[in-house]
Structures are given as structure tokens and as C-alpha cells.
Write a protein that binds this ligand. Structure first.
Ligand code: ZN
Length: 156
């Protein structure tokens, strides 16, 4: 496994749309492994492939409640309710903002064996599922329609 460099806001790659994975190759499995290592090293609860410069629809999420979730070609198939809560991003270090997200989200994706599965999350997991799938379409939490207000810089 290898730790990857995380792109920061302002890098044009973060604004591009990622392509679906058509075949789960050894390269995709290595990408998943490296993304997990990179996310854990950065103390993040989610990471999307474009954040490490790979424009593929691949996401890893790890929250205390959910454990590690690897998502290939994730799609939000249901979103209900609304929550307003603080959110941050490894590509926008040290900055936090209050965002508007669905209270509950269901995502359909493939796992690393290419098997479809669904995951439903509330609270932090719902925010993470929205945040990371947004990255695959070039959206950041600071964008209009998501961000309510920034909470200002924090010392890292
Ligand atoms: Zn992010």
C-alpha cells in the first residue's frame, strides 16, 4: 500500500467529472487500498478518487458507526429529510462549514468483488455519502446549494 498525495481546492482535477469503473482490475484494487491508507493517515472519514488525482468513480468512507465502506460507481438512490451540520474536506484542510444535506441517504454501489450492494446512512454517514459522491461530479461542500455558512479557519 502507498500513501497518495491529496489535491487541494484550486486544483482543476477536483472540478472534473469522474468516469465509471467498467472493470475491477488489480489497478482499481490497489487504488482502493491506497485510498484507505491515505484517508486513515489524514484522519479523514472519507476520500474520493479525484482527490488523489484519479478521475474514476471510487470512494472510501470510514466512520465509527459504519466501519470501512468501499464504493465503486456509487449512486444515491434515495434521500430523505434534511440535516444541517458541520462538514470538512481533506482537500480544504482546516476549514469547516455548516452544510445542508439529506437526513438519510441510500447509496447503491459495487464492492471490490464487483457485487452490487446498498448502504443506508443517517447523520455523519449520510453526510459522508453525499460529500464523497459529490466529489465524483466535481462538487465541493463549499459550493452554492450545499454550504450554509463557513465556520472559519481552525488551527490544524
Ligand atoms: Zn471532500
Amino acid at each position: 500500500m502507498a500513501k497518495l498525495k491529496i489535491l487541494k481546492e484550486g486544483d482543476p482535477t477536483l472540478r472534473r467529472k469522474s468516469r465509471p469503473v467498467t472493470e475491477i482490475t488489480p489497478r482499481i484494487l490497489t487504488l482502493l487500498d491506497d485510498m484507505v491508507e491515505t484517508m486513515r493517515d489524514a484522519n479523514g472519514c472519507g476520500l474520493a478518487a479525484p482527490q488523489v488525482g484519479v478521475l474514476r468513480r471510487v470512494v472510501v468512507i470510514e466512520t465509527p458507526e459504519s466501519g470501512l465502506i468501499e464504493l465503486i460507481n456509487p449512486e444515491i438512490i434515495r434521500a430523505e429529510g434534511e440535516q444541517k451540520a458541520p462538514e470538512g474536506c481533506l482537500s480544504i484542510p482546516g476549514q469547516w462549514g455548516i452544510t445542508r444535506r439529506p437526513a438519510s441517504v441510500t447509496v447503491r454501489a459495487l464492492n471490490r468483488r464487483g457485487e452490487p450492494f446498498e448502504v443506508t446512512g443517517t447523520d455523519l454517514l449520510a453526510r459522508a455519502l453525499c460529500h464523497e459522491t459529490d466529489h465524483l461530479d466535481g462538487r465541493l461542500f463549499t459550493d452554492e446549494g450545499i454550504l450554509i455558512e463557513m465556520l472559519g479557519d481552525e488551527e490544524e
